[in-house]
Ligand binder design. Structure first.
Ligand code: ADP
Length: 518
């Protein structure tokens, strides 16, 4: 993550008049169709009620990043609404946590079924408010839903332990219990999946949740919450508030009733939340920014490496925290790779996410484009060369040309921080040791990718990389069944898989004494 925040009023004035896109009409029909859909919600959800902000007037507009079209206005909530949501979640915890695992599992399964039966509408909503190509958006719906399905099953696998006692008259037990109310703060790049990845395990083991989606993409979150209600998930178990991010965050941090914060977003905000959680000693999981290396060795299969690097770099126009941020290529294959890679990047069709065949949608907003421009400017001023793209796309708005840059060095911003856009910087290396050294020379440690056909190297390098996830000859590796998360400053904790539910569980040791007393 890592796009600078911006003023709502600034985008309002700069986007209001723009409706001149060729595909604007098509989107308008999607937008008006969706607005009539049963899953379209534009208010907050507190205690099972759809509510406006307390003061009623602080609505803010949501825009389609591709056209600037207004798609909804949403209440601008703050501390007061967040405290109400926390109270509802706290109250609901009493009964939700006492249901049997099988009962909670059934609710989650129903929710999963409803998400999948609304796949098209949810996918369109994601494209409309986030911009990614519809095919990717539909992929996100399946991926997002998979966490609900997976954790519906995991709900029934939360086993405790019996520990062999050290004294004959005692029995020692370990219980696993839900931590309590969870505050979940999520980003805009996966408006559905980043929520389900947190809410799935939380609800499965008996926690209740207050979700704060990104203000840039609240509609998908609200639609998912509507489906949770339709699935019969009781009022207060899942609440959604949005508006003033720092006020909502502060209210979640300050409340002793909130026992856990789970966050996906920028490293800067993650650090703030970690510090803020200290006041009430909350559990915390953080999934923060990455700086993923994608290492291509001389012995890689060129086609596999090109395909994998493109998938790892250009998904969601480069706006994911596992996107390859540095393509590090061995000198023997460098020229061949650069040529084949650029050719493939050139073929990526840029355009509105609703247009058939488009692989690259817009960036999320103007600030995101400016960030890409400033990183590129820094690289060019230090000797890097653009071999493809390198400027805003002729479509205007927030479209940027898929770009390949060579001669990138470790001191350039492009190599040090997440660009979060469609720019692939190529770096050159000689030896395996050097590649590992370049790859690990960062505070981030989320995803890394390697391309090689040498099995020994695969193991050696995978073990040496200081990263939470490693893709070998594969550019897309996330799945609900595997643990996702980073090391170093990329975060704490894991999401998905059998390990993901532990983040929402407390261990309780119970010592039963005096077994022999009559
Ligand atoms: P990005 O820069 O990519 O938007 P952010 O970390 O700013 O990443 O955003 C991720 C989530 O964190 C969003 O839901 C955003 O509203 C929220 N957020 C931003 N600032 C704060 C804050 N001070 N406290 C709590 N949440 C915040």
């Amino acid at each position: 993550m890592g796009v600078a925040r911006f003023s709502l009023f600034k985008i309002a004035s700069s986007h209001l008049h723009r409706m001149h896109h060729p595909s604007a009409l098509r989107q308008m029909s999607f937008a008006s169709g969706l607005q009539n859909s049963t899953i379209f919600r534009s208010q907050g959800l507190i205690g099972g009620q759809w509510v406006a902000a307390h003061d009623g007037i602080w609505n803010f507009f949501r825009f389609n990043p591709s056209t600037g079209e207004i798609i909804a206005d949403v209440p601008f909530m703050g501390r007061r609404e967040t405290n109400d949501a926390i109270s509802s979640a706290y109250q609901a915890f009493n009964s939700w946590s006492k249901l049997t695992a099988a009962e909670r599992s059934k609710y989650l399964r129903k929710w999963y079924d409803l998400i999948m039966s609304h796949k098209e509408e949810l996918g369109q909503l994601i494209t409309l408010e986030q911009g990614k190509p519809l095919k990717e958006a539909l992929g996100e719906v399946s991926y997002g839903a998979s966490f609900i399905e997976f954790f519906a099953e995991e709900a029934k696998q939360v086993y405790g332990d019996i520990i062999p006692a050290t004294l004959a008259d005692r029995r020692l037990f370990v219980l696993k219990q839900p931590v309590g109310v969870v505050g979940a703060i999520t980003p805009w790049n996966f408006p559905l999946a980043m929520i389900t990845r947190k809410v799935g395990p939380a609800l499965a083991c008996g926690c209740t949740v207050v979700v704060k989606p990104s203000e840039l993409t609240p509609l998908t979150a609200l639609a998912a919450a509507e489906l949770a209600l339709q699935a019969g998930i009781p009022p207060g178990v899942l609440n959604v508030v949005m508006g003033n991010a720092s006020d909502i965050g502060d209210a979640l941090l300050a409340s002793p009733q909130v026992r856990k914060i789970t966050f996906t977003g920028s490293t800067a905000v993650g650090k703030k939340l970690m510090a803020g959680a200290a006041g009430t000693v909350k559990r915390i999981s953080l999934e923060l920014g990455g700086n993923a290396p994608c290492i291509v060795f001389d012995d890689a299969d060129l086609d596999v490496a090109v395909k994998g690097a493109i998938a790892a770099k250009f998904r969601n126009s480069g706006q994911t925290c596992v996107c390859a941020n540095r393509v590090i290529v061995q000198e023997g294959i460098y020229e061949k790779f650069a040529e084949a890679f650029s050719k493939a990047v050139q073929n990526l069709q840029v355009g509105d996410g609703f247009t058939e065949g488009v692989a690259q949608g817009p960036l999320i907003n103007e600030a995101a484009v400016q960030k890409v421009e400033s990183f590129l400017q820094d690289a060019l001023s230090k000797g890097a060369k653009v071999i493809l793209g390198g400027k805003r796309h002729s479509l205007g708005m927030t479209f940027y040309e898929p770009t390949v840059v060579t001669d990138v060095k470790s001191d350039m911003l492009l190599a040090r921080e997440e660009v979060f856009g469609p720019v692939a910087p190529l770096l050159r290396f000689k030896t395996e040791e050097e590649a590992i050294c370049i790859a690990n020379d960062t505070n981030a440690g989320l995803a890394a990718y390697i391309f090689t056909n040498n099995v020994q190297r695969t193991w050696r390098v995978s073990e040496a990389l200081e990263y939470g996830l490693v893709g070998v000859n594969e550019g897309i590796i996330s799945t609900e069944v595997a643990p996702f998360g980073g090391v170093k400053q990329s975060g704490l904790g894991r999401e998905g898989s059998k390990y993901g539910i532990d983040e929402y569980l407390e261990l309780k040791y119970v010592c039963l004494g005096d077994m022999n007393r009559k």
